[in-house]
Design a protein. Structure first.
Length: 274
């Protein structure tokens, strides 16, 4: 039996999007990524929250839009105690938009905003530990922080989550020290050998710092795909807009905006040939 994937405190663990038309969102993402959906909220409870799965494993979720909130993908960061973590967010200048609240038996959450306006959520897991399949086609790959002030972001997040920010030349890597050790001892015993040629500390990587393309600071979600071009074409066919594309030595990516306004990146892993 395969062990469930777990996330130490300070590691991004889940992503979801709240959309005005849940059925339309399910249609788009099921056709784009092959997701299947199951209800996480009882039929007699208000709102809708559906868990997306691939191969029977939880990968993301879609929920009902709340009021006039912008449609976007949201990143959740694992914590041991949502109430204590929310208090910690306030210390270095962050704010708590939604106070800690139980999300059924799955866990406890809080919605937070960093000092420059980037929104994220805290997740204290109970029954739902986080995404159980990642980095495979149709699954969450990374959440990156788009910020115009990496120094200020580093100061805030290092105080709240213990993160370290490493300039590796081509980008700034966000690390949660000890995460690689956790992966090695739980679900990925081969991680060190497999990443032998990666930058030092890459096993601890939980995201990257990116210059914002749209002006405001925000957390941005990337999903892995088998083919960037095929997935981008399918997204357009389903009503999304392809905003840009980029090829690097290691990836082919496309930034898209889904039919209801949420931006995300499709990323195909294309390592150099030996």
């Amino acid at each position: 039996m395969t062990a469930e994937r777990t996330y130490p405190a300070g590691v991004p663990c889940w992503v979801d999007t709240e959309q005005p038309d849940i059925e339309a969102a399910k249609h788009f993402y099921s056709n784009l990524f092959g997701w299947r959906f199951s209800d996480a909220i009882p039929p007699d409870a208000p709102g809708t929250y559906v868990i997306a799965s691939l191969d029977g494993k939880d990968v993301a979720a879609i929920g009902s839009a709340q009021g006039d909130a912008s449609v976007e993908w949201t990143t959740y960061i694992a914590v041991d105690d949502a109430d204590a973590a929310a208090d910690t967010v306030r210390g270095p200048g962050g704010s708590v938009a939604v106070e800690p609240v139980d999300a059924g038996p799955g866990g406890r959450l809080a919605a937070c905003v960093d000092p420059r306006g980037a929104r994220f959520r805290l997740w204290q897991p109970r029954r739902r530990l986080g995404a159980q399949l990642v980095n495979a086609p149709g699954c969450w790959n990374f959440s990156d922080l788009h910020t115009g002030d990496p120094g200020a972001a580093g100061e805030f997040y290092s105080r709240v989550f213990g993160w370290e920010f490493d300039d590796v030349g081509f980008a700034t890597m966000i690390r949660r020290p000890g995460y690689g050790d956790h992966l090695e001892s739980t679900i990925d015993p081969d991680i060190r050998r497999r990443q032998a040629s990666a930058p030092p500390g890459f096993a601890d990587a939980i995201g990257w710092v990116i210059s914002p393309s749209r002006g405001d600071d925000h957390w941005h979600v990337t999903f892995t795909v088998a083919s960037r071009d095929d997935s981008a074409a399918m997204a357009e066919k389903l009503g999304a807009a392809v905003l840009s594309s980029d090829d690097t030595d290691w990836t082919k990516t496309a930034l898209i905006c889904d039919p209801q306004g949420a931006e995300l990146t499709l990323s195909q892993f294309t390592p150099p040939e030996n």
